[in-house]
Each structure stands twice: as structure tokens, then as C-alpha cells.
Design a binder for this molecule. Structure first.
Ligand SMILES: [Zn+2]
Length: 114
């Protein structure tokens, strides 16, 4: 299960950081999930609840912020946000833009410690 291995690495990283800061526990983890990350959000949340048992993160909430795909448009020479991953066209000028700048990220952006 892809999501479980992602969750385990999130828990590892957050636990390390929480211990460094002397936290007694973690109440929430904020995660940024790119539109192209290939992660199924309900599966991720399910795996998170299971994997947090017995760790500093037990009972914490995983707050997922889904971020859109961003491509670099060669015609505009600018980064453009694309709403649907089915289309690789610049929403501004319509040019084909296949250089993905952002969208694959699975990144912990914040954590709430107790
Ligand atoms: Zn463009």
C-alpha cells in the first residue's frame, strides 16, 4: 500500500522534529499534497490513523492541503496554475506547457506540538 509507506515516512520525520523540540505529543500535522502526487486522500487518512497508534502522533489530526499542478508556459515564460491535471495547456495563452514546475510534492508544511 503506497499510502502506508508515505505515512510512515511522515511519522518518522515529525517524530524526530517533535523530539528535538521536547514536545510531549503532536496534535496536528499539516501536509501539502500535489495534484500529481498519486496519493489517494481517504487511503492516506486511513493509513495515518492506523500508523499513529503508539507514537507521539497518536490521536493527532492530519490536515491535508491539496495544491494544484503548476506548469511552466514557454510562451508566457511564466508559471501557470492548472486546475485539471488532464490539460497541459496554459490557461492564459493556450500554449502547450508540459514542463511541470509543481504538483508532485508530498510535504509536511507545519505541525502542532503539545
Ligand atoms: Zn502561456
Amino acid at each position: 500500500m503506497h499510502e502506508l509507506s508515505i505515512v510512515l515516512s511522515i511519522i518518522d520525520g515529525v517524530t524526530e522534529e517533535a523530539e528535538l523540540r521536547g514536545a510531549r505529543g503532536v496534535s496536528a500535522v499539516h501536509l501539502r499534497l500535489g495534484a500529481l502526487s498519486g496519493v489517494v486522500k481517504p487511503a492516506l487518512l486511513f493509513a495515518y490513523d492506523l500508523a499513529c497508534e503508539g507514537t507521539l502522533l497518536q490521536g493527532s489530526q492530519l490536515i491535508v492541503e491539496e495544491s494544484p499542478m503548476v506548469v511552466h508556459c514557454p510562451a508566457c515564460d511564466a508559471d501557470r496554475t492548472i486546475e485539471s491535471p488532464q490539460s497541459f495547456r496554459c490557461p492564459f495563452c493556450g500554449a502547450y506547457a508540459a514542463n511541470i514546475s509543481r504538483g508532485h510534492e508530498i510535504q509536511v508544511v507545519a505541525m502542532e506540538l503539545v
